[in-house]
Structures are given as C-alpha cells and as structure tokens.
Design a protein around this ligand. Structure first.
Ligand code: HEM
Length: 549
C-alpha cells in the first residue's frame, strides 16, 4: 500500500503486480507456471501485471501496452516500484543524466567474474575506466575488426554455399563462431581458421584460448548463480568441472598475455593494436602522468584489465552474432533487400575489386545499405530489450509533455527499448515491418554525385528514439566495432551469393519465407540477450547470383 501511494504521487498510470519483474525467484521460476501468465486475460485490467513482468515481455508486447496506458507507467509491486519508460524525450533525458540515473549495482555485480569492469562500475570508478578504455576502440581497432571479419566471412560463405540444396541450419552457431573469432583476434591477437584447421593448444595449457573463452561465455548464467570459485570443487559433475578448467585456463592466458604486453611496453616495442595491449599501454601512460589531477591517472589494476577483457567479450559476442544471424534470416525472407544491398556492394567491387581486398578506410562508409540492414534488425530484434536504471539515493525529476514528475529515491526505471523502437508516432504505421530502406533517403544535393547510391543519406533519428547501443555517456563503447563487423560480413556474403529458404515438402516459396519471419519472431531472452528460440527449425540455401557470375 505504501508503494502504491508513492506511485500515485509520481503521477503516471499504474499497474499493480504481486511480483516484481526483477525478482530473481520469479525470473527463474515463471516458466514453470505458464498458466499464471494467462491471468493477463482477467477483466478490468486485473491481470495486466501478468503481461509485463516476465523476461522478454517487451519483445512480445512491442508498443501495445504503452498504447493502452501511456508512454510511461509504473508497475507497483510489494518490493518496490518500477517506472517503465517509452517516451523518447524522457528516455534521452534519463540516459544523458549519468550521475542521477545510475546502473542498479545488484544487477551487475555478478558480471565481475574476472574483475570489476567498465560495464559494472559506477561513479568515479566508471569515469576512470571509461577514460582508459574508450581510446582502445579507435580506427586502428576498426581496421583490425574489418580485416578479420572479411577473412572469417569468406570461409563461412564457402562453407554455407558448399551445403548445396540441403542448405545450412547453423546460421546462429556459425555467426557465433565468427563473432568469437573476431573477438579473439582483435582482443587478444590470436587468430583461428573459421572451420577445422590448426587449433594448437599453447604449451602449459589444457585448452585453446578460444575454447576456454567460448565455454565461459556460454555458461555465463552458471557463473552468475554459483560464482566461479565453486567450479574448482572435485565433487561437481564433469560438465561443471570442465567449466572450472576453462575458467582457470582463460585466467592463465590473460595473465600470460598481460606479462607479455607489459614486457613489450617496457621495451618500448610498437604495440600490435590488440585490445589487451591497448589497455596495458593506456593504463601505464596514465600512471606515468600521475601528477595531473585526474582520476584516470590511477590506471588499471591487473584484475580490472582481466575484468575488461572478459566484459568486451561478453558484451560484444552474442549481441553482434545474434544481430547478424537474425538479419540473414530476414534477408532470406525478403530477397528484394538482397538485391538492394548487392547493388551497393557491386559498386564498391567494380571500383576496388572483391571484398577481401577492401581497405576499411575506403569502403566501410560507402556500405550504407548494409549498415541500414543492421539498424533495422536492431530496431525490431535488438539484442538488448530493456535498459535498467535507478534513481539511487536521491529523488529525481523527469519532465514529460511539459509536466514534471518526481521519482522518489531508489525508484527503478526500465527503459523499454522495444516499445521505443516500435512506437508508431516515431516510426509510422509500418513500425512493425522490417524495412531496411527506411533508413536511407535521396539526398537533396544529389547533383554531380558519381551515382545514385552515393546520393543517399542516412536518416538521423530523433534523440532517444533509436537506442540499441544505449545513449548518452554510458552508450556502448563497442558500437563501431559491431557495425564494422556486421557490414564486412554482409558485404562478403552478398557480393557472391544470394540466400533462399529451403522448402519443406509441398511448401511454396511464400510459405518458406513466412516460416523464416516466424522463426525470427519466435525470439526470447535466453541468457542476457534476445535470441531465436528454434534457429535450427529452418535451413537456408546459399547459391551464387545467377546473372553476375
Ligand atoms: C550489436 C552489438 C551490440 C549491441 C546491441 C550493444 C549494446 C549495448 C548496450 C545497450 C549497452 C548499455 C548497457 C547498459 O547500460 O547496461 C552496451 C554497453 C557496453 N558495450 Fe555494447 N553492444 C554491442 C556490441 C559491443 C561490442 C562489440 C563490444 C566490445 C567489443 C561492446 C562493449 C560494451 C561495453 C564495454 C559496454 C559498457 C559501457 C559503459 O558502461 O561505459 N558492445 N552495449
């Protein structure tokens, strides 16, 4: 009752719920009681809570509940109030005010598996870590991402096209491998062939760096529940003990690489440009300039370097891989967009040869249509569907439609990314349709342009209305990294190949396409990101473009 009274004072519409969407017990168990969710059909809005308290509800509901209740509403629960926001101006305001709307620490602590990192810290700690890490994501990094993504994609394309008419069901698994290999190469300087080939285990190790990292990433939920220390116990089942070995191995690789990078920094050798080297150098430089009054001069502890390397992998792996996989499935369902991007890719190819010869600086910015495919996929199938914030120890105000609302101290705020991305007032009546070409418009100053493609301009959405990488000071540090990787992969795939659904007995081409859209729509939050739930239910067939080659 006291939470209800507090919510009424805030002045937004209210949904009363017996359970908080953030309640860990509810998060772990609601799937066991699927019938509870049917309560949503109770009359007089009595069951509305069952519609908006389970993980991933925002992806199912899109903007619908906000259409009914308003751009912002409060879920009142016994443990606290949850302000759910889809008003793009308020969203922009919240994400810009980093010091007032902070990350809820309890949700992030479990991600400090190898050390505190940029993703999990707040306040001065965050300021220092951001100052030290942000320069590592520079144009040199983008160029490394580009080259490795081209290399991996070429091999992936070959593998897929070799499957012939049977096609491949491994789109999700293979894009995950590709994204992992880009991260191991750019993060650590270790390159792996896309498929098979040499996978040498370094002397003194029991696993490759890649396998150790991959196991840690795939089992992130186990870490967050049990912590990593318990995994070394000998009474655990084999699977968990293997995970324990992976954890130790990943730690050992990072320690060795850190020692190596320190040594080469001490010898004043030129860095290779990988992320761990960049972190070591940024930290040492900051410590050398210790006289300046600046929190960043403290540099990083070893644990923080390990924490950040893991955080980059965690934050950059599933997010980019799932976006790629979903985009490919949707491209197969809507082949007109394959032709659309291939016009752009061909224009680059005729000027600069095949994609594997392309230099990042010359080509990336020309592939706007490929980037539009990424934007549109993230708009509707963005891997992060909500962004949690808290008002911390102080009350905070938000102004909506020129009216100021006061959110008391410790109020949770959930930015409903999916609802913002599907708001018909922003995106129009076709907001729910996947239409990559909505991102480009003919430029007014097209006179004298070399081609119609270079005359297209990318649309800049209003602040707060497109937030897949978040917004404001805490926006994703790997945004460009993911864009470069995505565009490189799409360019390689669609330069030579087109993709089609493999049809099941008696199915028409249209049925096959609809089944692919249904597969993409059947997504839910698996661990921490949105993923297709049955990615192997349909196969994709890759074949060369008939007219071009
Ligand atoms: C399509 C791909 C990606 C998406 C959609 C994405 C999305 C996001 C979002 C929404 C946040 C804010 C999270 C929050 O406030 O809790 C974030 C933060 C972050 N991302 Fe990404 N990300 C992507 C790729 C990457 C990549 C490739 C890397 C690194 C290699 C990366 C590293 C990070 C880090 C370190 C943060 C924390 C930044 C800070 O708090 O200052 N992300 N990302």
């Amino acid at each position: 009752i006291s939470n209800y009274n507090a919510a009424r004072k805030i002045g937004f519409p209210i949904v009363i719920s017996p359970v908080s969407p953030m309640n860990p017990f509810w998060i772990l168990t609601y799937r066991l009681f699927p019938k509870v969710l049917l309560l949503r059909y109770l009359p007089f809005g009595l069951g509305t809570w069952a519609r908006c308290t389970y993980m991933g509800w925002a992806f199912q509901d899109k903007h619908a509940l906000h259409d009914e209740l308003g751009h912002i509403f409060v879920i009142v629960t016994p443990s606290g109030n949850e302000v759910t926001m889809a008003d793009h101006q308020a969203v922009h305001m919240v994400m810009s005010r980093r010091k007032e709307f902070i990350k809820p620490a309890f949700m992030y602590e479990q991600l400090n598996i190898f050390g505190r990192n940029l993703n999990t810290v707040e306040g001065e700690d965050w300021q220092r870590q951001r100052k030290l890490t942000a320069p590592s994501f520079n144009e040199k990094t983008s160029s490394l991402v580009w080259n490795e993504a081209l290399r991996q994609a070429r091999d992936m394309a070959r593998l897929w096209s070799n499957q012939g008419a049977a096609g491949t069901k491994d789109t999700v698994a293979d894009t995950a491998t590709l994204a992992l290999h880009v991260l191991t190469s750019v993060g650590f300087g270790l390159t792996y062939p896309f498929q098979g080939g040499v996978r040498n285990i370094s002397p003194g190790h029991k696993m490759t760096y890649r396998d150790a990292l991959s196991l840690c990433l795939r089992n992130i939920i186990i870490f967050t529940i049990f912590g990593k220390k318990i995994l070394s116990s000998s009474f655990l089942p084999q699977k968990l003990r293997t995970l324990g070995v992976a954890t130790e191995e990943f730690q050992k690789y990072m320690e060795e690489m850190l020692a190596h990078e320190r040594q080469s920094a001490a010898n004043r050798e030129k860095g290779t440009g990988n992320l761990i080297g960049a972190l070591v150098r940024a930290s040492e430089e900051a410590q050398r300039s210790g006289g300046k009054v600046d929190v960043a001069h403290l540099g990083f502890s070893d644990e923080e370097i390990f924490g950040n390397i893991f955080a980059f992998n965690l934050a950059g792996h599933e997010t980019t891989a799932n976006t790629l996989a979903t985009a490919i499935v949707l491209m197969a369902a809507k082949p007109d967009y394959q032709k659309w991007i291939s016009e752009e890719i061909d224009e680059c190819s005729s000027a600069m040869g095949g994609p594997t010869e392309w230099a990042y600086e010359e080509v990336f910015h020309k592939l706007q249509r490929c980037l539009a495919v990424m934007y549109e996929t993230l708009r509707l199938y963005g891997s992060i569907v909500f962004i949690p914030k808290s008002t911390g120890f102080h009350a905070q105000s938000v102004t909506v439609d020129e009216k100021t609302h006061i959110l008391p101290a410790s109020t949770s705020v959930t930015i409903n990314v999916q609802a913002v991305h599907t708001d018909p007032k922003i995106w129009g009546p076709d907001a729910l349709e996947w239409k990559p070409n909505r991102w480009l418009e003919p430029s007014n100053s097209s006179h004298g342009q070399a081609s119609s493609l270079t005359a297209e301009t990318f649309i800049e959405p209003e602040a707060g209305s497109f937030i897949p990488w978040a917004d404001g000071p805490r926006a994703c540090v790997g945004k460009k990294f993911s864009q470069v990787e995505f565009v490189a992969v799409l360019a390689v795939l669609f330069q030579q190949y087109q993709v089609r659904p493999v049809l099941k007995g008696g199915e028409s081409e249209e049925d096959g396409k609809s089944a692919l859209i249904a597969m993409a729509n059947n997504s839910a939050i698996s661990a921490i990101t949105l993923q297709m739930q049955e990615p192997r239910s349909r196969a994709l067939r890759w074949e060369k473009w008939p007219s071009k080659h």
